[in-house]
Design a protein around this ligand. Sequence first.
Ligand code: HEC
Ligand code: HEC
Length: 206
Amino acid sequence: MAFKTLTKAVVVAGLAVSATAAFAADDAPKVITGASASMLANTCAGCHGTDGSSQGPASPTIAGLSSDYFVETMQGFANDEIPSTIMGRIAKGYTEDELKAMAGYFKAKTFVKAHQDFDKDLADNGAKLHDKYCEKCHAEGGQSAEDDAGVLAGQWTPYLNWQLANFKSGDREAPKKMQKQMEKMLEKEGSDGVMALLNFYASQQK
Ligand code: HEC
Ligand code: HEC
């Protein structure tokens, strides 16, 4: 509840300034409510970090995501199609135009990879598993956002691990081909395979 109220308050504040020249030097897309994308995005900074790169494992980094992935994920949270602890409530508070405006804002920011501990042997094994089962849709070792499939390299691994569990249980629907590759991987490698993949994503820090 508190988040929704906070969001609304900021949007209203945005309205108040919109009549002035507040947007002058800001070429971010403007939305119907009059709140600029950066004003909308400011409400996310407390958890996702300034400019969308999260400083801790509790929230994923959202900088650099493709617009399609960003908007679809926010809508998925809002419809409860993608499990969430917090985002379901937050995502419901925005129109599609506002989501698109925020998507454009965060896409332009650099995804700063998380610094997290990893095991080098596991990461090496994970790199091989990634190439075999995941690279096709998560290009450049999971760094590329261009597949509209999120960013895996340098993402906080508790979030990745949780979403992988949601895909596995069916609480989040995976694309059919991803489901197939995950099943193949799990059949051969078991949960050690998931550990190896997570260590590989954590090992990418630059
Ligand atoms: C109170 C903390 C908090 C705030 C505020 C918050 N988020 Fe989140 N966000 C999270 C958490 C935690 C997750 C992981 C999903 C969950 O548990 O809700 C997440 C997940 C996401 C994801 C999914 C990332 C991915 O790779 O799949 C997106 C996109 C996102 N948030 C966007 C936003 C935007 C945009 C705002 C501001 C309008 C925002 N969040 C505000 C905590 C927050
Ligand atoms: C056929 C393409 C494809 C393959 C293969 C694939 N994925 Fe995905 N993946 C996607 C798409 C597309 C999404 C975006 C979510 C959606 O569309 O539901 C995604 C989302 C994800 C997410 C959620 C990211 C986030 O920020 O929430 C994780 C984690 C993930 N994939 C891991 C993997 C792993 C690990 C493998 C290999 C074992 C893999 N994927 C193989 C297409 C694929």
